[in-house]
Design a protein around this ligand. Structure first.
Ligand code: GDP
Ligand code: MN
Length: 396
């Protein structure tokens, strides 16, 4: 589950990680009230107005702006709320902005220069350990840094039995070129950040930039936080942080129907039981010259109701030019699935794309007869390759 910046920062703050303070606002009036409150609490009269959408690169798209007085807060918040924000990480249509974070300006001048760093915490899948990845090149795309100056990216792997050790936190501060107060602040920051990552059951923390202020404080200016869905049962207070407006509408609907669905860019819709078979089916479609339009696992009980729900979900995607149903009848009987497909088809009336059904396993022969004698415009197949050939045929 991905979070908004303001939500991620609240979680960081609850574990003692210093953050740039801010208040979320739904409209320009709320933004002005938020700015006044921040001025009372922090003394700053400058504020940054930050679009809250699930996408990075907001600054580049005009979604992060500095306001030097209340009138500018009102104007900028009014501009950003409701805008379609296009960033390097959104689609070409962009993302609608529903709310902004009004934050204290933390780039104020002082005894030293401000400096921006990159710090993330994530799982290194090849070693099975969490790691802190960090760089002196903050505020930039980390992918670009990795490509152009990989030597400026450092990692610190953490042994899960002992956690982050003090010398490792000091090494982070050292490699970032810090000294004095800023060095101490960074070791504290990294230690609290790692604790927050573990205790919140997150799968990604990406803090870019981490700022060294002109008075040598270290704080999170941005926060990309992903919570592990499978651990949400341990964090009931995080469940409400989900913002379905930020997720794909088809995926949300499929989730409500209990279908395991992931939207993809291709032209062949897939309906499969079992995640492994779904992956293999997607490979098959690619080999046949098509591109999968989705990943869809209907699960063990592929009855008429689920098949119909799955059809409806797949057909919401206008790019779908054919549907391949690939079901293995291990626990479920193929003839039941075939009847489900036929019933669903009849219930739906017309389906304007060719359908190829491959049923294999218990009662596959009966299932094939049912499909072939249904009088519906559905092609049957028994073998994997045969199904692929038919997909190729209908796409040609
Ligand atoms: P992103 O573009 O989506 O990654 O959003 P960020 O939260 O990282 O903000 C983008 C940029 O805005 C940062 O890299 C900063 O340079 C700038 N920024 C953020 N907060 C402040 C602030 O308090 N004052 C000033 N002057 N700039 C800020
Ligand atoms: Mn950022």
């Amino acid at each position: 589950m991905n979070l908004h910046e303001y939500q991620g920062k609240e979680i960081l703050n609850s574990f003692g990680v210093r953050i740039q303070r801010g208040i979320v606002a739904q409209n320009a009036n709320e933004a002005v009230a938020a700015a006044k409150q921040l001025t009372n609490e922090t003394g700053t009269s400058w504020h940054v107005i930050k679009a809250q959408v699930h996408a990075g690169g907001r600054g580049k798209g005009g979604g992060v702006k500095l306001a030097k007085n209340l009138q500018e807060v009102e104007e900028i918040a009014g501009q950003i709320i409701g805008m379609n924000l296009i960033t390097p990480q959104t689609s070409a249509e962009g993302k609608k902005v529903h709310q902004v974070l009004v934050a204290e300006d933390v780039y104020y001048p002082g005894e030293s220069e401000t400096d921006e760093f990159y710090v993330s915490v994530l799982l290194n899948r090849s070693t099975g350990r969490n790691m802190i990845m960090y760089s002196t090149e903050g505020g930039m795309d980390i992918e670009t840094v990795a490509e152009e100056t990989p030597e400026l990216i450092f990692t610190e792997e953490i042994d899960p039995t002992v956690g982050l050790l003090p010398f490792q936190a000091r090494r982070v501060a050292f490699n970032l070129g810090l000294s004095g107060l800023a060095f101490k602040e960074m070791t504290k920051f990294v230690t609290a950040l790692y604790t927050a990552y573990v205790k919140s059951d997150s799968s990604l923390f990406e803090i870019n930039p981490v700022l060294k202020t002109s008075d040598n404080k270290i704080m999170a200016v941005d926060a990309k936080v992903t919570i592990d869905d499978n651990a949400l049962y341990r964090h009931k207070n995080y469940i409400d942080l989900r913002d379905v407006r930020e997720e794909s509408a088809i995926e949300v609907e499929a989730g409500e129907l209990g279908l395991n669905y992931v939207d993809l860019d291709g032209n062949v819709g897939c309906m499969v039981n079992g995640a492994g078979l779904a992956m293999a089916t997607m490979d098959l479609i690619k080999q046949a010259g098509g591109e999968p339009a989705n990943f869809l696992d209907v699960g063990g009980t592929a009855d008429a109701a689920r098949v119909e729900a799955a059809f409806k979900i797949i057909l919401k995607d206008p790019a779908v030019k054919a549907i391949l149903i690939n079901i293995f009848g291990g626990i479920v009987r193929c003839d039941r699935v075939a009847q489900g497909v036929i019933d669903a088809y009849k219930n739906m009336g017309t389906i304007n794309v060719p359908i190829i059904v491959r049923l294999q396993g218990t009662n596959a022969d009966i299932a094939k007869d049912l499909i072939d004698n249904s009088g519906l415009d559905v092609m049957s197949a028994t073998e994997f390759q045969e199904a692929a050939d038919k997909v190729q045929q209908v796409l040609a």
